[in-house]
Ligand binder design. Structure first.
Ligand code: HEM
Length: 420
């Protein structure tokens, strides 16, 4: 770092940042769109929309690659500080990345997401059915977390009976503070869960179904079948990628609609506006706060000199609050054209699951507004993540509403649901 480079005392994992990330992000993108932080071994924090976009569009210089074991100066993937797992295609650079993405694009295409809609609807109906007669629900634990977890397990092809276990571990993984014994325990738990993928692979090689693991056993990269290790690495990206991100978006939106009756009335009366509203909620609440890169050569961004081996954190959350791109960024405006929002990332690694996430949003928000339109979050009972280092979301959100009838099939567990 040169002596003239701006420096900020910024730690995305701190309780201080979690108290008001919006104010912190606006201060950052306004005054120091690129700055150096000494936390977590030192990294460049990029917070201006244009600068974030520039870095995201230069994958040949700003690498997503993840070499294990993590070594300072070597590529350390997309999490700051580096995680002990490697995800594919998240942490692969071109040219190899392009092959992975080409193969996976067909599995995660918009038509494929549309085909999932009946199943997402079925899970959302089932979750609401478990609570609807009592008039009490935890909007996070009973709905916003289970629905994405169920659909993700379903897509990946893992045993659905274990959904609560997966949902809890992936949920805890994103809000537990790195470097603590609790985090090590949660990471070990996640490792075990992903390890179960290994048990499923031989069975899917022999008898493929329509799930992701089966798909991966059939395709080739560089003319060769994919190894078990690489199938696990794809699941390392898809399982956490699919679950808590969507949970955070749903919970933040439900919290906003609780506090803003006019917006709630508007979406109840005009549910066809829910998909467009999704972009503005993504912009303002940006579930994935930021992702890491490693500089492969000496370069500069926004006038700041970045050296080979330096770590860089791209803040999608701060970019989405840049007034130069989104006037009055701290206001949620459902009439805003927010399609440029960066919450799904920018450039070649843009979220491959975004069509599924949008479908989850449409279905779950629609289900809540239809079946419990008068829901009220119990005052003071919602709990936000104590740190928002990776995901800005909620641990729990108890709510009450006027009870109603069950509408789905009588199934005590999700595994008893008829296959749609
Ligand atoms: C609201 C929900 C979601 C948000 C905000 C979100 C956000 C993101 C972001 C910011 C990236 C880019 C990472 C980078 O540039 O390094 C990304 C990539 C990715 N996401 Fe999502 N995501 C969501 C939902 C999902 C879902 C539902 C899935 C799968 C079921 C998924 C799977 C992935 C994967 C596999 C990647 C890596 C893509 C690549 O490297 O080419 N995500 N996501």
């Amino acid at each position: 770092m040169s002596e003239k480079s701006p420096e900020v005392d910024f730690d995305h994992h701190s309780a201080e940042y979690a108290r008001d990330p919006w104010a912190a992000n606006i201060a950052l993108n306004t005054h120091t769109p690129v700055a150096y932080s000494r936390h977590h071994g030192g990294f460049w924090l990029v917070s201006g929309y244009d600068q974030v976009s520039e870095v995201a569009h230069r994958p040949e210089v700003f690498s997503s690659e993840h070499e294990l074991p993590n070594t300072p100066g070597r590529p350390q993937g997309t999490v700051v500080p580096a995680s002990s797992f490697r995800g594919i295609p998240l942490e692969v650079d071109p040219p190899e990345f392009l092959q992975w993405r080409k193969q996976l694009n067909s599995f995660f295409s918009p038509p494929a997401a549309r085909r999932l809609r009946p199943r997402i609807q079925q899970y959302a109906t089932w979750c609401v059915d478990q609570c609807v007669e009592s008039g009490e629900i935890d909007l996070v634990l009973d709905l916003a977390n289970p629905v994405p977890a169920l659909i993700t397990l379903d897509i990946v092809g893992l045993p659905m009976d274990d959904w609560r276990l997966y949902a809890d571990v992936v949920h805890a993984l994103v809000y537990t503070h790195p470097g603590t014994p609790e985090f090590d325990r949660v990471e070990a738990g996640f490792g075990q869960l992903v390890g179960t993928v290994r048990d499923v692979i031989p069975q899917r090689r022999a008898d493929p179904g329509d799930d992701l693991i089966s798909f991966l056993t059939q395709v080739e990269i560089d003319g060769e079948k994919i190894s078990d290790d690489d199938i696990v690495a794809v699941c390392n990206a898809v399982i956490p990628g699919g679950v808590d991100t969507t949970t955070a978006l749903l919970a933040s939106t439900l919290d906003y609609l609780d506090r803003n009756p006019e917006a709630r009335r508007r979406l109840i009366d005009s549910p066809e506006q829910i998909p467009a509203a999704c972009d503005e909620f993504l912009r303002y609440y940006t579930p994935v706060v930021g992702v890491g890169r490693t500089a492969l050569e000496d370069t500069s961004v926004g006038g700041c000199p970045i050296s080979k081996g330096d770590r860089v954190l791209l803040s999608w959350a701060a970019a989405n609050l840049d007034a130069k791109t989104f006037p009055n960024p701290d206001v949620i405006d459902l009439d805003r054209d927010a399609r440029k929002q960066a919450a799904f990332g920018i450039g070649i690694h843009r979220c491959i699951g975004r069509h599924i996430a949008r479908m989850d949003f449409e279905v779950v928000i629609g289900e809540v507004l239809r079946r419990m339109p008068d829901y009220q979050i119990v005052p003071g009972a919602a709990e936000k993540y104590s740190t928002v280092g990776q995901i800005n979301g909620y641990v729990k959100m108890p709510a009450r509403f006027t009870p109603g009838p069950r509408t789905g099939p009588d199934a005590a567990t999700v595994t008893e649901l008829p296959r749609t």
